[in-house]
Design a protein around this ligand. Structure first.
Ligand SMILES: Cc1ncc(COP(=O)(O)O)c(C=O)c1O
Length: 501
């Protein structure tokens, strides 16, 4: 391993290291001029007033713009290239939705504005609630949770409060498939439940026979995403839902994979009692480090009074805030991330009914096309036709040529593609999970499949290339373990460590 302690010695691959904004600083340079004072100057004297100047970087406007533009160009983005990151739905988010969210009437409204002065914003939430209810097959929704994981915790706290209120204190177990996203068991644990794992069968679906043996009087509920994390539709969902309901448990739908079924099927019709939607994946806000998200939770009528409040209620022709009677309490300040909700509504209006009806079908069509072309190079983990994403594996290539999923993902970066999700779901060895989404053209899908076939040929022929990729990017293979174990967010202490083996 090699290491570097400051910017100038960072072991960046291909390209000069970018100085930090502090290193660019020269005394007296400015990017900003204050407007002329238009009130009498006051000398405020107080012990809390700082006497020395804040050590802020001093740079000209042009240097500042160039610095951050250069950094931005070093990032991979949905707007730059294909981003087939499975489970993350990295689709194109139209500028139109951003434009709507930037309208001052919405973006400048303080969330504490009384409802009689913010009727338009309340109407947005009310209409979006109606759309989400229609799409998911539920009855009421709260927009407070700011992410999918927060939606999961919200749903589980609702299950807990509902069971307690109805005298089912013995119900302490939440069943979670072994293929689930890590946030599922983590949310169940945070809400105070025990996690019981149910296995996936050889076809990639919940093992219903095992489920029957795990369900008992302690069962509080089941968390499931459908299609599941292997990209397969849980076709026994109606039987699964009866098994859980017959035991007095509730069904929670992890809406991370809603993109596959929008316009085709609805969690509410499958028997789910609580659903979160990832507005930041399915409806026009990017998922990941790109900003705040929104994971609204929708429930069947009998759970309405448990939602985090306040929620919007329409009374005659006006909109009011309503506090549900047994509410689990707040999951976020005010009403959640309103502008993300607004983007989602703008996106739905832009697509219209026809566009929304086709959304899931096109996402599945793209994934099936890519799976079929790519399967000539990489074996797929399951034989069943996939939904909006699929998992390939280099398990055999690892045995024969030492090629790992990690190597393929890194080599893809050099070809101008983001890596697929690797090593997830955990139950599939050397997994590469692709999710093309409905917004990629067939030409891009073909390019990706062709590039991967070249990568595999290259890695097979030139074994020494295995750990060399990416060769043309500013950062090669940073050590992912050390930052996870020793989080350091100060630049001065930052070490970029490269894996050499
Ligand atoms: C299957 C699944 N469940 C839950 C989540 C958590 O969602 P979030 O990142 O919005 O918290 C994700 C994230 O992508 C996911 O893929």
């Amino acid at each position: 391993m090699s290491s570097g302690g400051n910017a100038s010695s960072l072991p960046l691959v291909g390209g000069l290291p970018e100085p930090t904004i502090k290193e660019l600083s020269k005394p007296g340079r400015r990017s900003f001029n204050y407007p002329a004072l238009d009130v009498p100057e006051e000398n405020i004297e107080h012990e809390a007033i700082k006497t020395e100047k804040a050590p802020l970087p001093e740079v000209s406007e042009h240097d500042l713009v160039m610095h951050f533009s250069r950094l931005a160009h070093r990032n991979f983005a949905v707007d730059l290239g294909f981003y087939p990151l499975g489970s993350c739905t990295m689709k194109y988010n139209p500028r139109f939705a951003d434009w709507v969210a930037s309208l001052p009437g919405f973006s400048n409204t303080h969330p504490a504005t009384p409802s009689k002065f913010s009727q338009g914003s309340l109407e947005i939430l009310n209409v979006l609630e109606e759309y989400l209810i229609e799409i998911t097959g539920m009855d009421f929704a709260s927009f407070q949770p700011p992410a999918g994981a927060s939606g999961e915790l919200t749903g589980l706290l609702i299950i807990k409060r509902y069971l307690e209120n109805n005298g089912f204190d013995e119900k302490t177990n939440i069943i979670v498939p072994d293929s689930a996203h890590g946030t599922n068991p983590a949310s169940a644990k945070m809400a105070g439940f025990n996690v019981v794992e149910v296995a996936t069968d050889i076809n990639g679906l919940v093992d219903v026979n095992e489920l029957k043996t795990l369900v008992n009087e302690k069962t509080a509920g089941l968390m499931l995403t459908n299609p599941n994390t292997g990209g397969l539709f849980e076709e026994d969902i109606l039987e699964i839902s009866s098994i859980i309901h017959d035991a007095g448990g509730l069904l929670y739908y992890d809406g991370a994979n809603l993109n596959a079924i929008v316009g085709v099927s609805r969690p509410g019709d499958m028997g789910f009692d609580i659903v979160h939607s990832n507005l930041h994946k399915t409806f026009a806000t990017p998922h990941g480090g790109g900003g705040p998200g929104s994971g609204p939770v929708a429930v069947k009528e009998y759970l309405k009074e448990y939602l985090p409040g306040p929620i919007v209620k329409k009374v005659n022709d006006t909109y009011e805030w309503y506090q549900p009677q047994f509410s689990i309490g707040r999951m976020h300040g005010y009403h959640g991330n309103f502008l993300v909700a607004l983007r989602a509504l703008a996106y739905m209006k832009l697509l219209g009914k026809e566009g929304l009806d086709n959304l899931g079908s096109y996402a599945v069509l793209n994934a099936r096309y890519l799976a079929s072309v790519l399967s000539k190079t990489l074996p797929l983990a399951y034989a069943k036709p996939c939904m909006h994403e699929f998992v390939a594996t280099v398990k055999e290539l690892k045995k024969s040529h030492k090629i790992k999923a990690y190597d393929v993902g890194k080599a893809m970066l050099d070809k101008g593609f983001h890596s697929p999700t690797i090593y997830f779901p955990l139950i599939i060895e050397e997994a590469l999970m692709f999710e093309p989404t409905e917004t990629q053209s067939v030409d891009t899908l073909d390019d990706l499949a062709h590039s991967i076939s070249l990568i595999i040929e290259d890695l097979k022929d030139n074994n020494q290339n295995l750990s060399n990729y990416p060769k043309n990017l500013p950062v090669g293979r940073p050590n992912e373990l050390i930052p996870a174990k020793h989080l350091t967010v100060n630049w001065g202490d930052f070490e970029l460590l490269e894996i050499t083996e």
